[in-house]
Design a protein around this ligand. Structure first.
Ligand code: MN
Ligand code: MN
Length: 415
């Protein structure tokens, strides 16, 4: 979010809603940016995406010391496959706020010289029972405990603990001393903090030809990136344009900063203040893209996709006419007229595109923010690049798809 707001401010987006380039940042969790077209406002052209990603949130009382290490207990956020988070480097991100309101941002484990954190996994030698269990029984949420500290206790062995206790105290106490020295915080500050463990490390090219990009959180930051680039690069068009980036999509879009909140509506109201057209009329005449990723055909699990209607890496951004599951339940569905007009727009510009469903019918499903926009009566469709290993600590996307997603979003904003 910091990156998004910095880029927009550099491009002269500001908080003044009477201006031509408007920016509203809701507590660093949701962002609305708009570019005004002079003259009567028929409707807006909108791209919506979400900035939140699946992760492990620290519990309010996280610290526990056992077997010589201090761990942070976590509560997972969003749809994760728990085993993917074991035995791999994790970084910490978040914010600690003291009771006087002083804020300390935390980022640890992303730079090469910083330590990382880790959840230990069971050795195969002792996993005989586990390998026969169902996945959801073998990997328990309460065992996703992130190792934060350890102290050698050689003195403990020699002196029966006496000297050790005197010099070190417990590992937990020692960690609290370190945290106080580094961040100036006490244990109670952790109760109100927002701390998240995420896969550590930068995005990397994948393959000898570097044609894929791998990294954490591409659902949906790849679309946030593409929409932001499109907004900043698009030539002036016929309509006012808006991008909105929401939080909380991965846990159902509820909450003050999620798509189900009134934030978007309030911003549009303010943006269109003094216009002759009513806000409801503007919504009804608006066109939107729900910019979110689609599941790419998995080379090793092709049987879960219906191949004729599956998205392929490298074939351009992908339309999903509807989402939902079990008979389109819980979906908003785009109409034929809107879908066809977008198809025509991309064909005219020579931008590749594809259309797909998430997987085989009755195999599973998912949702996006599309239905929250559809609630305003605007035309909306899901449109974004296919991603392999979605929701894993290292998601893969095609560089070509990303490139053409930016082009397609640009074309949409310029229309
Ligand atoms: Mn998504
Ligand atoms: Mn997702």
């Amino acid at each position: 979010m910091e990156y998004v707001c910095r880029r927009l401010r550099q491009a002269k987006y500001g908080e003044n809603f009477a201006g031509d380039c408007v920016l509203r940042d809701l507590r660093g969790k949701a962002v609305f940016a708009a570019q005004r077209k002079k003259g009567p406002l028929g409707g807006i052209t909108l791209i919506a995406a979400h900035v939140d990603t699946p992760r492990l949130d620290f519990k309010q009382r996280p610290l526990v010391e056992q077997a010589g290490v201090v761990q942070a207990k976590t509560h997972y956020y969003g749809g994760i496959r728990k085993y993917q988070w074991l035995a791999r480097p994790l970084a910490l991100h978040g914010v600690i706020v003291r009771e006087n309101g002083e804020k300390t941002p935390v980022t640890m484990g992303e730079k090469a010289d910083e330590p990382v954190f880790c959840i230990a996994d069971l050795l195969p030698h002792l996993a005989q029972k586990q390998v026969g269990q169902k996945v959801n029984e073998a990997f328990e949420a309460e065992k996703l405990n992130v190792i934060l500290a350890h102290n050698p206790r050689t003195a403990n062995r020699r002196t029966g603990g006496k000297q050790d206790e005197k010099n070190w105290g417990s590992v937990r106490e020692h960690l609290l001393v370190l945290l106080h020295a580094k961040y100036g915080i006490c244990e109670e500050d952790m109760i109100t903090a927002e701390l998240q463990a995420v896969p550590a490390g930068p995005a990397r090219f994948i393959g000898f030809d570097r044609a894929l990009v791998g990294g954490y959180g591409q659902d949906d930051r790849i679309c946030v990136f593409a929409a932001l680039e499109a907004m900043l690069q698009a030539k002036p068009g016929a309509r006012s344009r808006v991008i909105i980036f929401w939080d909380k999509e991965e846990i159902g879009s509820e909450g003050a900063t999620g798509a189900a909140s009134r934030f978007f509506e309030y911003c549009v109201e303010k943006f269109t203040q003094g216009m002759r057209t009513s806000v409801s009329e503007i919504f009804l005449n608006s066109r939107a893209l729900s910019a979110d990723v689609q599941a790419a055909l998995d080379p090793d699990f092709q049987e879960l996709h219906e191949k004729q209607n599956a998205a392929l890496l490298g074939y351009g951004p992908c339309f999903s006419k509807f989402t939902g599951s079990r008979g389109k339940f819980g979906a908003s569905e785009a109409d034929a007229e809107y879908f066809a007009s977008l198809r025509g727009m991309l064909n005219t510009k020579g931008i590749p595109w594809q259309a797909a469903e998430l997987g085989k019918v009755d195999q599973g499903g998912g949702g996006t923010v599309a239905l929250f926009l559809a609630a305003y009566g605007m035309q909306v469709i899901d449109f974004g690049p296919p991603v392999l290993s979605m929701h894993s600590p290292f998601e893969l996307a095609s560089c070509a798809d990303l490139w053409f997603t930016v082009e397609a979003y640009k074309a949409f904003l310029e229309t």
